[in-house]
Design a protein around this ligand. Structure first.
Ligand SMILES: [Zn+2]
Length: 79
């Protein structure tokens, strides 16, 4: 899995989590909120292993947009 795919999965996990937690609150379905949080944790967890520079292996900041150049080694990342 490359870092862009990993980043996309993370973004999707955040949205799925938000929707599930919101829906769980409105409908008062506890397990749905828990499922949302589990998805979020898994989505964040996988970025530690996959969302990193293909050249030097340093992790990217997933709270910001993906950088065009690696902040650690300065190599250009393909777009
Ligand atoms: Zn790098």
């Amino acid at each position: 899995m490359d870092y862009r795919k990993s980043y996309r999965i993370y973004k999707i996990a955040v949205w799925v989590c938000l929707v599930l937690v919101l829906f769980a609150r409105l409908a008062e379905i506890l397990w749905m909120g828990i499922a949302g949080i589990v998805i979020m944790v898994l989505g964040m967890g996988q970025t530690v292993f996959f969302c990193k520079c293909p050249y030097c292996g340093s992790n990217f900041n997933i709270r910001a947009k993906l950088p065009k150049f690696c902040p650690a080694c300065g190599k250009r990342l393909e777009d």
